[in-house]
Ligand binder design. Sequence first.
Ligand code: ACM
Length: 634
Amino acid sequence: MKKRLLAALLAVLLTSAHGQRNELSIIPQPASIALGEGVFTLPREISVITVKNDELKKIAGRLAAQLSSATGYTVNTSEGNTATSGSVFLSLVTDPMTSKEGYQLKVTANGVSLTAADPSGIFYGVQTLLQLLPREIVGKPAAKKNEWAIPVVTIDDRPRFGWRGLMLDVARHFFTKDQVKEYIDEMVKYKFNLLHLHLTDDQGWRIEIKSLPKLTEVGAWRADKTGTFGRFSPPLPDEPKTYGGFYTQDDIKEIVQYAKDRFINILPEIDVPGHSLAAIAAYPELTSTPGKYAVNSGEQLMVWPGSGQHFYGLIDNALCPAKENVYQFLDKVFTEIAQLFPFEYIHMGGDETARNFWEKSDAIKGLMKKEKLKDLNEVQSYFVKRVEKIINSKEKKLIGWDEILDGGLAPNAAVMSWRGMKGGIEAARQGHEVVMSPTDFVYIDYMQGDAIIEPPVYATLRLKKAYQFEPVPDGVNPLLIKGGQANLWTEQVYNTRHLQYMTWPRAFAIAEALWSPKEKRDWNNFSARVERHFERLDAAQVKYAPSIYDPIFEFSKKDTATIIVKMSTEIEGLSIHYSFDNSFPDQFYPKYTSSLTVPKDAVAMKVITYRDSKPIGRMIVMPIAEMRKRAGIK
Ligand code: ACM
């Protein structure tokens, strides 16, 4: 009985949207939370006190600015070695047991004390503190509240992994310096510490390289097309190249500094030898196939025949591994990249290199003979090893997509495993460092709900599946798994609102997989916290996908022509209402309880979910033709 009461109480705490005690809604879930009694109410004059440390001073300054703009209270910052009554005190401790990014946050009725071994820990403790405050703390525009209370609590916290990344593709669609900064602002709230910028691809070269000016004069610009990327009309010779942009080196310095102040490393990716059409448009001599090239504007470029056949390119978008000028080019590029980005790794891409033009190249045949390379995997491996030498010569380490394993891994390379976990497992077996970013759990360019309502992409990754991401496979040395990251490719992402929609809430799941103790993973508890964070995103005017509220459909056939529908939901507590008569269902329409037979003359099924008598899912219209197709009825 006692247990049931406790569970009910917990449920109230978890679901009370407007309660002050929203302390159980921290994402990612901290390692340990000891909840006390009562609250600390912010005084109308707040002191943020830090021990003497430049980084803490910056953190305190930003915290003070946020507290003061949200509350309208006076907030002072000062230096000192002790907390005063009612203050927020940030201090560093030398404790060899404390992990670098860990922290202890103590809230009493008298104030807040945050300690860590490193300023980054203080920074993450501040993120937790902000999540303990009412959601209006992130409100836009600032909302007036009579009282700002923080629950009394002690939180001891530390990350599970040191590499907690998001990858942003700024090549397919360009996002400005300020938009990248906004993305950083959003990701640090959830304790990500790495932003991987995919800076180059067939559709654009996005970083100024001073010794190779045509990369941005030519490579950063393309025809402006809107619709379904990858299926655009064929290019015309006179199309104006009006879409694009790039970061100047000053922009990059500004982004890197902005990121550093927020404990984010920036991993730059220059994707070679494939995905290089923008560079080739600027310098056609880099490819194996002589010709005139243009930056791709989203027309079909590659063919994926499926059924085990190798993909091929319609245009040669790969650098030629047999040409010395290619390595001279890469030396120039990586010299400047290494000077701009302080992070220890440079990402060389290496994924999805079409081989059909390499197969035809006499220069490559000559290289194979000279270097005794028996196939094109070994040709790619030869290329990667040479690139590694260049990158190592700039005092940087190479990381690449898991194709760099093909034909033999370069001696010091780290692998980013994207085609599932197997590349990562193999690299770790060979003693190499690994970052896990498998499509099946962390590809946040995929749809997050049913294709009938989501903007179309070729695959789906629901929040619940993302929440199952486990970066350390059985039998692998965990010390070689540096962490993981979610990847946001932007072929179908045209603007920042949609960038947010694709990122949230799935990045919550990835953040938790990378930060929180594995044994704390709990879907029901997490999904309840996600909903509280939707309220925070609403307050902050950040867009997110509400797909967890929409049903999951399963269609099958009975006899040869009858469609059977099964529906379920990703989260608990929703009721599904439906119609087959073309009208819009509401909560008084039939409620789905078990599988349905679609009436034979129905034109469409319409479906919506409700919770507590309120519509919560989106109105979904499923046409009969779509149901027939999915049921396998010809
Ligand atoms: C990739 O998704 N092509 C790395």
